[in-house]
Design a protein around this ligand. Structure first.
Ligand code: GAR
Length: 263
């Protein structure tokens, strides 16, 4: 058996993926153990799942932090190690023509909430941070403080669509409303963009004429519960390697891409 990895989890809702990972750790399908479950949402019912298994939990209430910063902007105090120019240079969430005030507020308010998250996580050393239905975008402030080495990303996410199609918060509905005949889910490492990091695994299902948003969400979630444990076990076995690939394009140029090799 491999040495067990320590897994931290962030959730926002019901936590069915969290449950699948807890069960997989307990059954030995994943060589790992969950060391904490954090949330941005005080009402996340998935916290109960963690408590039922004796896992430490914490909440950083993003909504109330953002509301209070909006109400009293003079009280905005970013973390001491916050460097907004560094974040502007790294982020790819906003385009160059986005409202600068909006971008600034996003970066500052996120860093304030993320510094609290990092503080709550600090007592629990971890090897992998998994996002399991965590509905807040992480800024470079947080990502750089978790990913210490560029070629060893350690924040994983599960997304309800076949990326790079349909990034964002409502992947299955977006897939359905587009009229796709196939839908699916993706596990990937997080980078500075929206659902744009290197892909680890994907599973797909057929969309039939009598499907609805509800039925495709059900089909998708059932695949997520298989895919996420498989990808986490690959990480636990040290089988995920980031490689830089160069691909020729039609017009004779080259594009560089960071991808995951399963070794
Ligand atoms: C899952 O479908 C997951 O793919 C999605 O939220 C749901 C969480 O369900 N995640 C995202 O949309 C992330 N942007 P769960 O709380 O039952 O695991």
């Amino acid at each position: 058996m491999h040495k067990k990895i320590r897994i931290g989890a962030l959730i926002s809702g019901g936590g069915t993926n969290l449950q699948a990972i807890i069960d997989s750790c307990e059954s030995g399908k994943i060589d790992g153990e969950i060391v904490f479950v954090g949330t941005d949402n005080p009402d996340a019912s998935g916290l109960e799942r963690a408590k039922n298994h004796g896992i430490n939990t914490f909440t950083v209430d993003y909504s109330s932090i953002i509301q209070s910063l909006k109400k009293e902007p003079e009280k905005i105090a970013p973390p001491k190690d916050f460097d907004i120019d560094d974040l502007y240079a790294k982020q790819s969430l906003f385009s160059d023509d986005a409202d600068p005030e909006k971008v600034k507020f996003f970066m500052v308010s996120r860093a304030i909430a993320e510094a609290k998250l990092l503080e709550e996580m600090a007592p629990y050393p971890f090897d992998l941070l998994m996002l399991a239905g965590f509905m807040r975008t992480l800024s470079p402030y947080f990502i750089d403080r978790v990913n210490k080495e560029a070629d060893h990303p350690r924040i994983m996410n599960i997304h309800p669509a076949l990326l790079p199609s349909f990034p964002g918060t409502d992947g299955y509905s977006d897939t359905f409303r587009y009229g796709c005949k196939v839908g699916g889910c993706t596990v990937h490492f997080i980078d500075y963009g929206e659902d744009s990091g290197p892909i680890i695994g994907q599973k797909a299902f057929q969309i039939q004429p009598d499907d609805t948003i509800a039925t495709i969400k059900k089909k998708g979630l059932e695949l997520e519960w298989e895919l996420y444990p498989e990808c986490i076990q690959l990480f636990a076995q040290g089988r995920l390697k980031i490689v830089n690939r160069s691909y020729p394009t039609k017009d004779g140029k080259k594009i560089q891409r960071r991808i995951v090799d399963i070794v």
